[in-house]
Write a protein that binds this ligand. Structure first.
Ligand code: MN
Length: 260
């Protein structure tokens, strides 16, 4: 199997080393793992692409490239330049440091890369490691994703629905904030929503007296509605959420006929 890996935490992020282990296990001895990842951290850039400027691409070692661009840029560079004419069987993005459950999914560069791969007709999975009190101080905060990542991806390739009609399906996987030995299993879960506790801003003054705002995040240990992604993660399950880039609210189309 030929696999393209990327992330949004940058090419030197510990989670990308975890994903490299997963991908090499999946690819097998005769397979290939190609890494095309952002030169610097790109968390929170979503599905952004560098539309108004070029991106520098540097080959660091065989099959390993740093791109001065977004995660979606990395997928475009990988598919259309580095692997030009010979697309991979799978794109994996992550393993993100922190969960991409609930509303985080909308901002996530990790998911942006997977979504771009799906738009390009390549099967894609985003992987993220939820951090919390039960795992963030372990020697390996990525223990759950490191130990369960390969089996999870393999299970999804075997049993998942892979539909590349128009927008195609990609998968968002979140590993729970517990040690690997405490992981209870896999759950198919919808994207949750952390009501009333979304992102905000906090003002700060620079040494020169200028006013700046830092974006502040929501409390990540609050469960979402029962059975949805962050809720099952906080119960110790790996969540698997099928997604597509079609943003149409399909359930509203029929009632919207009232405007015709
Ligand atoms: Mn990130």
């Amino acid at each position: 199997m030929r696999i393209l890996i990327t992330n949004d935490d940058g090419i030197n992020a510990p989670g990308l080393a975890v994903l490299t282990e997963i991908a090499e296990g999946l690819a097998g001895a005769g397979g290939e793992v190609w890494c095309v990842a952002p030169a610097f951290e790109q968390s929170g850039v979503g599905h952004a692409i560098s539309y108004t400027q070029p991106m520098m691409v540097s080959e660091l070692s065989p099959r390993r490239y740093a791109v001065q661009g977004s995660p979606a840029d990395c997928v475009l560079a990988g598919l259309h330049d580095i692997l030009n004419g010979n697309p991979p069987d799978l794109v994996l993005s992550g393993v993100n440091r922190g969960n991409n459950a609930a509303e985080n999914a909308v901002y996530s560069g990790t998911l942006g890369a997977a979504m771009e791969a799906a738009l390009q007709g390549v099967p894609a999975i985003a992987l993220s490691q939820f951090h919390g009190p039960a795992n963030r101080d372990l020697d390996d905060a990525f223990d759950a994703s490191r130990q369960h990542g390969l089996a999870t991806v393999q299970r999804l390739l075997d049993k998942g629905v892979w539909n590349n009609d128009d927008y195609g399906i990609f998968y968002n996987v979140n590993f729970p904030p517990v040690p690997a030995s405490s992981v209870k299993g896999l759950r198919a879960a919808r994207q949750g929503f952390r009501r009333d506790i979304g992102f905000g801003v906090q003002p700060h003054t620079s040494p020169s007296g200028r006013r700046f705002l830092w974006v502040t995040g929501a409390p990540q240990q609050e469960p979402t509605s029962p059975g949805s992604d962050a809720a099952v993660n906080l119960e110790g399950y790996i969540s698997v959420t099928p997604m597509r880039a079609d943003l149409t609210a399909h359930d509203i189309l029929e009632p919207l006929k009232a405007i015709e």
